[in-house]
Design a protein around this ligand. Structure first.
Ligand SMILES: [Zn+2]
Ligand SMILES: [Zn+2]
Length: 414
């Protein structure tokens, strides 16, 4: 089996990996490059973007734009596979945004032809490949790693993942049952260059929120609308502190995809709305949110936790509610770090001056990565999705050989 890293050896995001065996080409992820990093632009890859695609397929690890964002540029008849629930969440997101941009419209169309797979069941026959999707915990719901085998060689392709989420504790057991040992790990290494990223668990973060919601009557949280675990964590924190949980209709649809349709996690209490404690959904009139007297009295009485996005509709509605509101940033702080390429002036303005930064990373910390590698006993590790592969190599080469590649490099895995 030959591996080629077309992109992602020296940047976070935009990863494209190819596994080739006997003329069959299996690609993993085809996403956008993140702002602020190096830019390689549109890729030209034989068997993926052009040429003979009759023995090609593309697997998507999860719905974040840096993993799937460019699939609209690929040939229409290239088979693409992704998790069923993740596909539905991205459909909701793209449907919501399609009026704003043509790309989202194209994404809605392309997703119609994407084939869903389920965790723990091998993906359709593809050449002499054996492919097993393994569910992992990440800030995108329904995210996957893949065990890929061909010609007697196995690789574990991690996608983006972490070990400190609500659903992470199952990972060692899942690895034991569905993966075992592998020859190679192709691993995301995002946090090697983000030493400030803590490994506070999602549970610990939720406890902090409970303390703050107890203290503050009116709470406004800015969080990615597809960070489903965080959203349900905040919902339960709001219910726990007897606050009204307020979201808009779009956000409710995303949460419902998991609560109502996920065959495994939908049964868990975490993804259930408590009876008679359903979220309060914001009504819209002439493009603005509004509330009737009953709603207004209820939030004055109990206080609220509102899930907001940075836009004028939310800004003016929040401003119309009298009283002091505590704002929280519950996503990566690069969006409000002045001078950074990802800086969002609108988000910084919506948050105001006294906001609290309350977030934990969607990616693994380095100590947990070491424990994770020990479960898999690889012969060697190949880092991707990182802007500092050298440091990664220095950290782990005491225990495993680390193979450092440049974009476009191929090596034979034996
Ligand atoms: Zn990513
Ligand atoms: Zn991701």
């Amino acid at each position: 089996m030959k591996i080629t890293i077309h992109r992602g050896t020296h940047q976070i995001g935009g990863c494209v990996t190819e596994y080739e065996y006997g003329g069959w080409r299996l690609f993993v992820d085809y996403g956008e490059e993140l702002p602020g990093g190096p830019k390689t632009g549109d890729l030209r890859v034989e068997g993926l973007t052009h040429g003979d695609i009759s023995k090609s397929a593309l697997l998507i690890t999860h719905y974040h734009g840096d993993h799937i964002g460019c699939i609209t540029k690929l040939p229409k008849d290239l088979p693409i596979y992704m998790g069923k629930v993740g596909r539905e969440i991205l459909l909701e997101l793209s449907n919501h945004l399609k009026t704003v941009s043509e790309v989202h419209h194209e994404m809605v169309e392309r997703l119609q032809t994407v084939s869903p797979f389920n965790p723990g069941y091998p993906i359709d026959e593809f050449g002499n490949f054996k492919i097993m999707p393994i569910t992992v915990d990440h800030s995108a719901f329904d995210a996957y790693a893949f065990k890929i085998e061909a010609g007697g060689v196995s690789a574990f392709h991690t996608g983006d993942f972490r070990t400190h989420g609500f659903r992470s504790s199952a990972l060692p057991e899942v690895i034991k049952k569905f993966v075992g040992s592998v020859d190679y790990v192709v691993c995301e290494a995002t946090n090697i260059s983000r030493p400030a990223a803590t490994n506070q668990s999602e549970q610990e973060l939720q406890k902090e929120y409970i303390k703050l919601f107890t203290k503050n009557k009116y709470n406004v949280v800015y969080v990615s609308s597809t960070n489903v675990d965080r959203l349900f964590g905040l919902y339960h924190a709001a219910i726990n502190t007897n606050k009204v949980f307020i979201i808009d209709g779009y956000q409710k649809k995303i949460m419902d995809v998991v609560a109502e349709r996920d065959p495994i996690w939908g049964r868990s209490k975490l993804y259930k709305f408590k009876e008679s404690r359903e979220p309060m959904i914001l009504s819209t009139s002439k493009g603005s949110f509004w509330m009737n007297d009953k709603f207004s009295n209820l939030i004055q009485d109990k206080g609220f936790v509102m899930i907001a996005r940075s836009n004028t509709r939310f800004d003016s509605f929040i401003a119309s509610i009298p009283g002091k509101k505590q704002t929280y940033l519950s996503m990566w702080d690069g969006y409000v770090r002045e001078g950074s390429d990802t800086y969002s002036e609108n988000l910084a303005r919506s948050l105001g001056k006294g906001f609290l930064y309350m977030h934990t990373s969607g990616h693994c910390d380095m100590k947990s990565l070491r424990d994770f590698f020990r479960l898999l006993h690889p012969k060697a590790i190949i880092p991707i999705h990182t802007d500092n592969p050298k440091e990664f190599s220095q950290l782990f080469s005491d225990e495993w050989p680390v193979l450092l590649l440049n974009d476009g490099d191929s090596i034979s895995l034996a």
